[in-house]
Write a protein that binds this ligand. Structure first.
Ligand code: C5P
Length: 319
């Protein structure tokens, strides 16, 4: 290896960023700015994208799909629409620096899967670039830039278990005892988040009594999380976007049923979908549910994940 390439590698910064599920996703009415007020409980899961940034002659993003389990790399925009590119530009503006860096994304979180995969890459790029440039940026400022990039980006930076309000960008860390064990069923086709919110608005306009807009805080779920009892948490999982996701991809009903039939305590569409997330009693139960669900042929692929895990975290070089 030449000394030049060695120095490029030693200057690179890698950050690992988790996927999320929403254990509760309450959606209020459509606001004047095109967003909906949310009351949501996020949890970060042990399914990660890795984002590496390094100084370069031009701003460039490359994407590597890993293991065939993650996303379809072809669906990710690699130009200015890429959320990690937007993150780099936003931080460059804040720091008044020329954002010429390469961004390498190793993708395992499904694209358009309702697990904040794009937000994870933006969060990773922010944290990695702040480290590469040795910026002394206050956490609150970083989270504000994150919120400007997307509603889920602050949570991708923060991780853990948190209550999200506003567009989902205002976070309050939550007590969640112990570890929860999940099985994730990835769908063959993605779903666009705005399309799912639009579909919910349409369902509400047509059937307001079936899809109400009240949006209370999920106190019972929060108490169950604090107690750390999966069997108490499972019946409290709730997603207002689920009927909209099912309306756009009716086949997901079969996936949800198959997960419960396989022995999961509870299941739901994750965020705007179409990934389905199933809560299991423990790690062994999750492995058994994943094996049975794989055999049912109702998903592109199936894997287990645990939560909560931390947010965007710098990886130690050489490991
Ligand atoms: O914030 P983000 O860019 O991730 O949102 C993508 C889209 O999802 C928004 O343009 C909007 O259509 C929808 N959305 C919403 N209400 C939210 C969050 C997202 O309607 N709280």
């Amino acid at each position: 290896m030449s000394p030049a390439s060695l120095s490029v590698i030693s200057d690179a910064v890698s950050v690992r960023v988790p996927a999320k599920v929403n254990l509760h996703l309450g959606v209020g009415p459509l606001r004047a700015d095109g967003y909906h007020d949310l009351v949501t409980v996020y949890q970060a899961l042990s399914l990660y994208d890795d984002v590496t940034v390094a100084q370069a002659a031009t701003l460039e993003v490359t994407l590597r799909r890993e293991g065939g389990r993650g996303a379809d790399a072809a669906e990710v925009p690699l130009g200015d629409d890429n959320l990690a590119v937007r993150a780099v530009r936003a931080l460059g503006e804040w720091a008044d620096r020329d954002p010429r860096v390469t961004i390498e994304i190793v993708k395992r979180i499904p694209v358009a899967g309702g697990m904040a995969g794009g937000s994870a890459d933006a969060a990773g790029a922010l944290v990695a670039l702040a480290a590469l440039w040795k910026l002394d940026i206050p956490r609150a400022q970083l989270l504000e830039i994150a919120a400007g990039l997307g509603s889920d980006v602050p949570f991708s930076v923060q991780g853990g278990t948190a209550l999200g309000t506003g567009r989902g960008e205002q976070l309050m860390p939550m007590l969640a005892r112990g570890e929860l064990h999940w099985v994730l069923a990835f769908a063959r086709e993605g779903l666009s988040t705005p399309a799912v919110f639009d579909e919910l608005d349409r369902l509400r306009a047509d059937h307001s009594e079936t899809f109400p807009e009240q949006n209370p805080r999920p106190d019972e779920l929060m108490a169950a999380l604090a107690a750390g009892r999966p069997e108490q948490i499972a019946p409290l999982l709730h997603n207002d976007l689920q009927p909209a996701a099912l309306s756009l991809q009716p086949g997901l009903r079969r996936t949800l049923r198959a997960g419960i039939d396989s022995g999961a305590l509870g299941g739901m569409v994750s965020g705007s979908g179409p990934t389905c997330a199933f809560l299991c009693a423990d790690a062994d139960a999750a492995v058994a549910v994943a094996a049975e669900l794989s055999g049912a042929g109702v998903a592109r692929s199936v894997r287990t994940a645990a939560g909560p895990v931390g947010g965007a975290t710098r990886q130690t070089p050489g490991r």
